[in-house]
Design a protein around this ligand. Structure first.
Ligand code: 1GP
Length: 257
């Protein structure tokens, strides 16, 4: 049995900062690090996070769609922790790949999946562990937009096409009415086209909770356009993996917006 006293129902510090920044119009940058050690070694992860810490990145998300080794998640978190003091947030793909070494978890539902596993069943498997983990829990609705990439395929998403703006808005409003406190519009890691500006604007105008936008954002201009349209947080991953030095301009553009 769970006692109510053992679980903090209040919003935690990471999420408080997200809401406060969004209310103040201050933009945030989240870096995605894939715990797949075939992509980056722990040394490479540390080296990248040291730079991100200097540039003002607000959180490091740890997650990926294809690789699920708990040991790799732990090692990734340790490598980040040793290099910077940026909060570390799980961006989970599977109940077995969770680690209490992180600071928080995006407890997310892929609302436009065709498969109940990604909407509520995986979360149900992990729920007791998450509740007892001590992690800060941030309930988040995850919406996958075309092209969706690996996460769209693995998550069996009924992709939101670029012209389906009212469908995106419907999902976002439903998410807020369900009680999700953050909405994430995701084009998929490595997407050739990011979430369109018109969709970001329409979704933001319909929402009262912070909006995250990610997938295919590789340059400062693309990031700026989405921030102007109302994104509160920009997530980048592939560009950090590929060439961290080139990425400084993107992080600075977001933080200096
Ligand atoms: C993926 O939105 C994130 O979940 C990051 O995408 O790798 O294309 O930056 P990129």
């Amino acid at each position: 049995m769970f006692g109510w006293n053992s679980f903090d129902l209040k919003i935690g510090n990471i999420e408080k900062k997200i809401h406060k920044s969004a209310r103040a119009g201050k933009k945030m940058h989240f870096a995605l690090i894939d715990p797949d050690m075939r992509k980056l070694s722990t040394e490479q992860i540390s080296q990248r996070c040291k730079k991100l810490g200097e540039w003002g990145t607000d959180a490091v998300l740890v997650g990926g769609s294809t690789h699920f080794r708990r040991n790799d998640v732990d090692a990734t978190i340790e490598a980040i922790r040793s290099a910077c003091s940026i909060p570390i947030v799980l961006y989970p793909s599977k109940p077995g790949a969770l680690s209490e070494k992180a600071d928080g978890i995006l407890f997310m539902s892929l609302l436009n999946s065709r498969d109940p596993w990604w909407i509520s069943e995986a979360q149900t498997k992990a729920a007791a562990w998450v509740k007892n983990s001590g992690l800060e829990v941030m309930p988040m609705a995850y919406l996958i937009v075309s092209p969706g990439m690996t996460v769209g395929r693995v998550g069996k998403a009924k992709l939101i096409k670029h012209k389906e703006i009212s469908r995106a808005v419907g999902y976002a409003i439903a998410a807020q009415l369900f009680g999700f406190r953050i909405v994430y519009l995701e084009a998929g890691s490595g997407a050739s086209k990011p979430v369109p500006v018109e969709m970001v604007r329409a979704v933001k105008n319909s929402l009262d909770v912070p909006l995250i936008v990610g997938g295919g954002i590789r340059d400062a201009q693309t990031a700026r356009e989405r921030l102007e349209a109302g994104a509160d947080i920009i997530v980048t991953g592939t560009a950090i993996e590929n060439d961290i030095q080139k990425h400084e301009a993107v992080v600075r553009a977001i933080k200096g917006f």
